[in-house]
Design a protein around this ligand. Sequence first.
Ligand SMILES: [Zn+2]
Length: 235
Amino acid sequence: MRRTPTDELEAKAAALADQFKQAEEQFAAATRWATPSACHESLILAGNVLFAGGTDQVIAVDAATGKTLWTGHVEGTAKGLAAAQGRLFASTDKGLIYSFGPEGSPQSGAVVEPVDERFAHTEVYKAHPEVHAVAHAHPSMATAFGIAGVNILPVGNRGAIFAPKVPILEFDKQIDTPERGRMVVQALGGGCAVVLKNHGVVVTSDTIENVCITLFSLEHGFINVAAGSVNTGSI
Ligand SMILES: [Zn+2]
């Protein structure tokens, strides 16, 4: 009997369904474990423990079995996690840093009181869910450029993230209110760095490691821009 186009399509659909089933089985065979979790803001692996951060809590999970080892309470959403010397450190969008000892021991709790300028961080987190790390610093070269009113321009590969230029926020008081934090957000726009006039810089990134690299890349960029500016006498 002659195969009709419908027969051929049905045969193809059956073959695809079979392939899909095989892929599902392979995926299931490769999955060691899966467990539901409300902590989907941040995740790190330290030794054989997975730490996950979410809203109002962090959890420690056995990486081999998926079993929850302990749960720690935090105020706010745990955006950044770091593990060092047997301790878990978590920073939240409320401007708090927490330290947890082994097994979430009683040594846990907020170890740093919120600083006055926390709004330079918290308002950026609110406006940009993709940002998981904000650094505010007072590097002398950046501050000098802000005082001079000269925008830092990207130079070299590492400077590309600052294109087309690093904006200057024409406001030189502390960023110690939500309104002032929103001024930083506005000046940042879609960029990852802003110079605060007569003050310092705010840089953003997706991880604590990358925000440090961003900060140092900005400093590296200064050297090139400074050289160029001296050469043209534009400062
Ligand atoms: Zn400051």
